[in-house]
Design a protein around this ligand. Sequence first.
Ligand code: SF4
Length: 217
Amino acid sequence: MDKPIENYWQLRLKDLKEILEDNNFEVFIASSGDEAKNIVLEEIVPKIGAKSVSWGGSMTFTASGLYDALKDHPGLEVLDTYDKKASPEEIMARRRQALLADLFITGANAVTETGKLVNLDMIGNRVAAITFGPRNVVILAGRNKIVPDVEEAMVRIKEYTAPTNAMRLDKKTPCAKTSYCEECKSPDRICNHWTITEKSFPKGRIKVVLVNEALGI
Ligand code: SF4
């Protein structure tokens, strides 16, 4: 068989799609980050008639090419929270405004085989938007984010995701030095807000694009 690993994941993602759909998520499967980008631009954005868009806290979003495709999109009001030219105050204002966008795009720290999304946030804007506010949410999730259950999701996030993100963001936390979580009291602590999204409410508000590729941390 050609590409057994892709085939393995194709089967797993198909099963996960059905489980997530049972939890009222709308689900798409992409073979690559590039295909995920096209699904968002060519299927999701036209279908929901989005006029405004924002995003937050996702390396998968930038890796897919969606950030480059959307940041100067002429047909959308864009609230760019990654804009390096904007001041910290302006970025925080855009994060607040993003909670009223038609479409919010982000990633997931973990997706369980039981069909739940598990996230841990520093500021809270990302998990706030997933929970309530934007009319539609797109979650991009590479196959590397899939774990058996919520317990394993929390272990993955605290043992791997948070320390690597602390390193990526140059945070002054113990985990950035040692790779181990020490449940710090650092002002730079990035572990502040947990969410477990068991189902999408209303049905279909949260759209999950599962990607048959390792993307993000
Ligand atoms: S609680 Fe602190 S040490 Fe632990 S992973 Fe989060 S930022 Fe790192």
